[in-house]
Design a protein around this ligand. Structure first.
Ligand code: ASP
Length: 317
């Protein structure tokens, strides 16, 4: 019996370790790299922070209950799409023609399955449509009227363009100084099954040319997820992110040079992208989160199974 004790102890510890492993999760959210608190009134900052917190709670609860990272990132982004304070879904900015064209993408790090929509005009929740492109078609990216038609076929909620005509978006449009849009949204997560996922949704850049597509619906530029490395969601001047395949660059640095996630994001934001270009959130396969930017501010939030739960609304890096 005495000899069995170490074995029992070992088994007990292994079961404990397996349980801890099973419930490990991590999640990060961004609310756009143009979202320095100084861009908003105090009241608006408080409201936006409350929305970020609610989104973080939603995602965290899904992961805590053993849900998938894909469900978590979709639910978080959907919630922020329905919130007029963010430049995604309801709060999408105006393009130069006075309309709204929305972009979104989602990626499953387990299988590299991904789906995206670009330039949709009547789809209430572009992130959900992106997920349907991933699961219900053999394609990765649908655009414009074809994507909206697919939404109709799939019976996802449709809206008219007035749904997106919010005062804040109109103000941003009229404000010729507006460079970065205030509030593209994105979410990355690791679930307790060890799977990574990423999602990004935006109305694009305020006053963008009709038909312009940014990085958010481009897998490898604005969004990427691969279980062997990390899940990434970007925000900022999309053209710069497309040119440099930024989201994939994060994964490539980790895969080919074993660069830690923090260092990979820092390298991109200090060496590869000019100041004031944007930000990156990412989580790696071990649950390590990074949230960095080279603009005046990026609303962000993070939580994990070790007890972290925070919404950061400061301008500091
Ligand atoms: N990356 C988005 C775009 O270029 C905008 C943003 O993140 O603010 O469409």
């Amino acid at each position: 019996m005495r000899h069995c004790l170490p074995l029992f102890l070992f088994l007990g510890l292994s079961i404990f370790a397996a349980e801890a492993q099973e419930h490990r999760y991590a999640i990060a959210i961004h609310g756009g790299a143009g979202s320095a608190p100084s861009n908003f009134s105090n009241e608006a900052n408080i409201k936006r922070a409350a929305s970020m917190k609610a989104a973080l709670e939603t995602g965290t609860n899904i992961l805590k209950d053993g849900g998938t990272s894909l469900d978590a990132v979709e639910a978080v982004v959907r919630l922020l799409e329905d919130d007029a304070q963010f430049n995604a879904g309801r709060g999408a900015v105006f393009n130069a023609a006075g309309g709204h064209e929305l972009d979104a993408s989602i990626m499953d790090g387990r299988t590299l399955a991904c789906g995206a929509v670009a330039g949709v005009t009547t789809t209430k929740n572009p992130i959900t449509l992106a997920r349907l492109v991933m699961t219900d078609t053999r394609h990765v990216l649908l655009s414009g009227p074809g994507a909206d038609k697919f939404a109709e076929e799939k019976k996802v909620p449709l809206v008219t363009q007035d749904y997106f005509h919010t005062l804040a978006a109109r103000k941003a449009w009229q404000d010729s100084r507006a460079k970065l849009s205030k509030g593209t949204v994105g979410c990355v997560a690791l679930d307790s099954h060890g799977n990574l996922a990423a999602a990004t949704s935006t109305g694009g850049l305020s006053n963008k040319k009709f038909g312009r597509v940014g990085d958010s619906p481009i897998v490898g530029a604005g969004t990427y997820a691969d279980n062997t490395t990390c899940a990434v969601s970007c925000t900022g001047t999309g053209e710069e992110y497309i040119r440099r395949a930024i989201a994939y660059d994060m994964a490539a640095q980790m895969r080919y040079a074993s660069t830690p996630i923090d260092k990979a994001a820092n390298e991109i934001l200090t060496q590869r992208l000019k100041k004031n270009t944007g930000g990156i959130i990412a989580v790696d396969k071990d649950g390590k989160i990074t949230m960095q930017f080279n603009t005046g501010g990026m609303a962000r939030a993070a939580a994990d199974s070790k007890g972290r739960f925070e919404v950061i609304w400061g301008e500091e890096k």
